[in-house]
Design a protein around this ligand. Structure first.
Ligand SMILES: Cc1cc2nc3c(=O)[nH]c(=O)nc-3n(C[C@H](O)[C@H](O)[C@H](O)COP(=O)(O)O)c2cc1C
Length: 144
């Protein structure tokens, strides 16, 4: 059985999408936008990256809804990522949801993303090239 890699992401204003794309390109993953596509059926050898922005301290409702209906094989390798304006508090929540489904969350990554809730004043130019490079390294490390 060949191992598949998925980058499942949510993105309201485009920041997390940039990070998701950089990661998926690097490791040859299938990108899945939770607002547009159904979550994939995954096998025990697959790897899943799950990422979102943080909105009012948590992941988007679209992401929480999608994850609640997602079945994962016990022990599947997972990693969480995201962008934020102040604090990446969505990561711990994503991690908890995935662990509750039996996934093994091996690592996490976050970087600043331009914050349109604060009129774009915070995080201008982010994620920057350096952030995307760090995301690529993260993805490679997780996949191993
Ligand atoms: C409606 C809204 C609420 C937000 N709430 C938070 C928050 O509670 N904490 C935080 O650190 N950033 C917050 N942000 C900033 C975003 O998390 C940040 O800009 C992130 O990069 C957005 O990702 P996206 O472009 O993929 O949607 C908020 C942004 C928006 C638009």
């Amino acid at each position: 059985m060949t191992r598949k890699i998925y980058v499942v992401y949510g993105s309201l204003t485009g920041n997390t999408r940039k990070v998701a794309r950089a990661m998926a390109e690097t490791v040859g993953a299938t990108l899945v936008d939770v607002r547009r596509e159904a979550l994939p059926k995954v096998g025990p050898e697959d790897v899943v990256f799950v990422g979102d922005g943080v909105y009012g301290g948590r992941p988007s409702q679209a992401m929480r809804r999608a994850l609640s209906a997602w079945a994962l094989p016990m022990g599947i390798k997972a990693a969480v990522f995201g962008t934020y304006g102040g604090r990446p508090s969505q990561l711990a929540i994503l991690e908890k949801i995935l662990q509750g489904k039996g996934a093994q969350v091996v690592d996490r990554f976050s970087c600043l993303g331009r914050d349109w809730f604060l009129l774009g004043l915070v995080g201008r130019g982010r994620p920057a090239q350096e952030d995307l490079q760090a995301a690529r390294e993260f993805a490679k490390k997780v996949v191993g």
